[in-house]
Design a protein around this ligand. Structure first.
Ligand code: UT7
Length: 329
């Protein structure tokens, strides 16, 4: 079988109902709607209900993607989940989702640790597995970040939101094809965007909890900003070159939504028109691994993607990790 007979069959997305505005954040920390809007472009974000956990978010997005694909959970052969806010330390979120969906005893695994680049990386891994084994694979990006962050750290808490996005991959006559993909890692930069608490380098302790370090995100916003623009732009050029396409051929670029100013810088670096780039950060903030698949789902729902369109996904996250994919609708 050739690669062109495989691709994305269905799309799903979900964000919890509760909307939290910038003004509400100003009740918790010393911040303002003006600061958050000017520095990030975020106006509001979704926050999961206390009773919701990661698998609840993932299941809604997954069920929508399965329905869109016309594939039942029982027909799945594999489940891969990109998340850095998993249901449990072990087993992985894929195990909980397999049971929740009523899928068979399939191969299931999480790809964690690559931060906001996780979904695009998982899509690439999933696609190569589909081609190799002619299978139907569910790929999910999900984060319930608001439960795992320090609500008193204004430098990070205002940036994030909760969401999930999913796709179903498999064989079909006219699937959305993956024309090219790329991913990279630079571990020398690990310290400037990381969560160390709970790992072997920094096991949990009572003292740590008393200092609120169990929720700490090590973070150098300015350097992350610079690297995000550079890496997302380079990865985009890489997939275009691999596929022999020009940026003018691309109908829509869907970048990871970390900061409106990062997105604008990527747009300028790639010489894209405003209409060529999808932005939902105003309403959702940074939803980590869920950011790209949620935006992809919404762009399609909103009619921003037509049959025949080239769509470019590009993302950057902890590690540093980065990844890009070029899709042919
Ligand atoms: O995906 C992983 C997380 N996302 C990112 O890392 C995205 C990349 N970075 C960024 O988006 C930006 O660096 C931030 C939005 C995080 C910060 O913007 P910035 O323009 O780099 O601001 P800054 O960190 O240099 O802080 C400027 C000032 C500081 O005060 P002083 O030192 O100038 O007096 C901060 O203490 O803004 C202060 N500040 C805040 N003020 C009000 C930091 N956070 C806040 C806040 N509200 N929430």
């Amino acid at each position: 079988m050739t690669r062109s007979r495989f691709g994305i069959l269905g799309f799903g997305g979900y964000a919890p109902e509760r909307v939290m505005t910038n003004d509400e954040w100003a009740e918790y920390v010393d911040t303002s709607d003006e600061w958050i809007t000017a520095r990030t472009g975020i106006k509001r974000r979704r926050v999961a209900d206390d009773r919701e956990t990661t698998v609840d978010l993932a299941a809604v997005a997954a069920e929508k993607a399965l329905a869109d694909a016309g594939v039942s959970a029982a027909e799945l052969d594999e489940i891969v989940i990109a998340t850095d806010t998993p249901e449990a330390y072990a087993p992985d979120t894929a195990a909980f989702l397999q049971h929740r969906l009523g899928a068979g005893e399939v191969t299931g695994y999480d790809l964690g640790g690559s931060g906001c680049a996780g979904f695009v990386l998982a899509l690439d891994v999933g696609m190569s597995r589909v081609v190799q084994r002619s299978r139907r694979i569910l790929v999910v990006g999900v984060e319930l970040i608001t439960r795992m962050m320090d609500w008193s750290d204004r430098a990070t808490c205002v940036l994030f939101g909760d969401a999930a996005g999913a796709v179903v991959l498999g064989p079909a006559e006219a699937p959305v094809e993956l024309l090219a993909s790329t991913a990279g890692t630079d571990g020398s930069q690990a310290d400037i965007l990381a969560r160390f608490a709970g790992g072997t380098r920094k096991p949990f302790s009572l003292e740590m909890a008393e200092r609120r370090e169990h929720l700490e995100i090590a973070f150098n916003g300015r350097e992350v900003f610079r690297q995000a623009v550079k890496r997302m732009s380079e990865a985009s050029r890489d997939v275009l070159e691999q596929a022999g396409k020009r940026i003018e051929d691309v109908a829509l670029v869907i970048p990871h939504q970390a900061n409106r100013r990062i997105i604008d810088s990527v747009r300028k670096s790639l010489r894209l028109g405003e209409e060529q780039i999808y932005v939902n950060i105003e309403d959702y903030g940074n939803t980590g691994s869920a950011s790209v698949p949620l935006a992809l789902f919404q762009a399609r729902e909103e009619g921003r993607i037509e049959p025949g369109d080239l769509v470019l996904l590009t993302a950057f996250g902890a590690g540093f990790h980065w990844a890009a994919a070029l899709l042919q609708f």
